[in-house]
Design a protein around this ligand. Structure first.
Ligand code: NAP
Length: 260
């Protein structure tokens, strides 16, 4: 984590959950931060706390990342502020759980925009600058949902499969330019995500839920090492390894049962 000291990290979805945990851990590591989300008040509280505590600079940008051109607009805002991004944390996201047709089409498209188009846009723009510099770090927050089809979570799982594939491809392609691209695939994590998605976690599955701090730590360590993919937690690691030998139609049943 020492290698992040003095670097500038842009974190999307910094106002809560995994993004907020990453924010705290990068601040502790001595990185300057650009915090992005819609809830400016939450980002401002982080700035007011972290700047004096760690002697870093924190820039707050309130920005909706789910609208057309929002990645480009964010990139231009950081350029106008003369901010150079060494570490890009593509994290902002949400999901809606339930039957495909119970969720309005606009919601599916809105979520997919945030999780695929904006992730690609930001990664494209900031890694172009990193290439010129010959160094950089990118963390793409996908999910274990990216490893399997999940009925009732269909467009979310498909979007995370996109992120996982994008990240694995770019890990190979951009390492030649000194850029580490890591895809973080968390399992169930205790954040606002659960309430927003409408998922009900009950019974034994509650014991598998991780803290956002543990997920963030695992992802940042993997990014520092340049690992292609990181699945935090031994339970999820073993489950995803085992899933590889299971036929896709069975994976879909497992996926549905695990997220019900
Ligand atoms: N929690 C889990 O079980 C879990 C598991 C696997 C993967 N993940 C992934 O982890 C990532 C972070 O989720 P989380 O669990 O930390 O959930 P969270 O606590 O709900 O955080 C989501 C973050 O995304 C931001 N965001 C949402 N929509 C946005 C928009 N339109 N524009 C800008 N920012 C937006 C939110 O900020 P504002 O509301 O302030 O805009 C918030 O900071 C997501 O990509 C999620 O898919 C979560």
């Amino acid at each position: 984590m020492n290698k992040f000291a003095g670097k500038t990290a842009l974190i999307t979805g910094a106002s809560s959950g995994i993004g907020e945990s990453i924010t705290h851990q990068l601040a502790k590591a001595g990185a300057n931060l650009i915090l992005v989300a819609r809830r400016e008040d939450k980002l401002q509280i982080l700035k007011d706390t972290l700047e004096p505590e760690f002697g870093i600079t924190v820039t707050v940008i309130s920005h909706d990342l789910a609208v057309d051109g929002s990645g480009q607009a964010l990139y231009e805002k950081t350029k106008a502020l003369h901010l150079h991004v060494d570490i890009l944390i593509n994290n902002a996201g949400y999901a809606k759980h339930g039957p495909f047709h119970d969720t309005p089409l606009e919601t599916h498209l809105h979520m997919m925009h945030l999780l695929t188009t904006t992730f690609t846009e930001l990664t494209y723009l900031y890694t172009a600058d990193m290439k010129q510099k010959g160094s950089g770090y990118v963390l793409l927050v996908a999910s274990i949902a990216g490893f399997m089809p999940i009925p009732q979570f269909s467009t979310y799982a498909a979007s995370k499969a996109f992120v996982l594939s994008l990240g694995e491809s770019l890990n190979k392609e951009l390492s030649a330019f000194g850029i580490n691209v890591t895809t973080l695939c968390p399992g169930g994590t205790a954040t606002e995500f659960m309430d927003i998605s409408g998922q009900e976690i009950s019974g034994m599955r509650r014991h598998a839920i991780m803290t956002s701090d543990a997920v963030a730590k695992s992802g940042l360590r993997a990014m520092a090492k340049g690992n292609a993919v990181n699945v935090p937690g031994i339970l999820y690691k073993l489950s995803m390894a085992g899933l590889r030998v299971v036929p896709r139609n069975l994976q879909a049943l497992i996926g549905e049962a695990a997220t019900k």
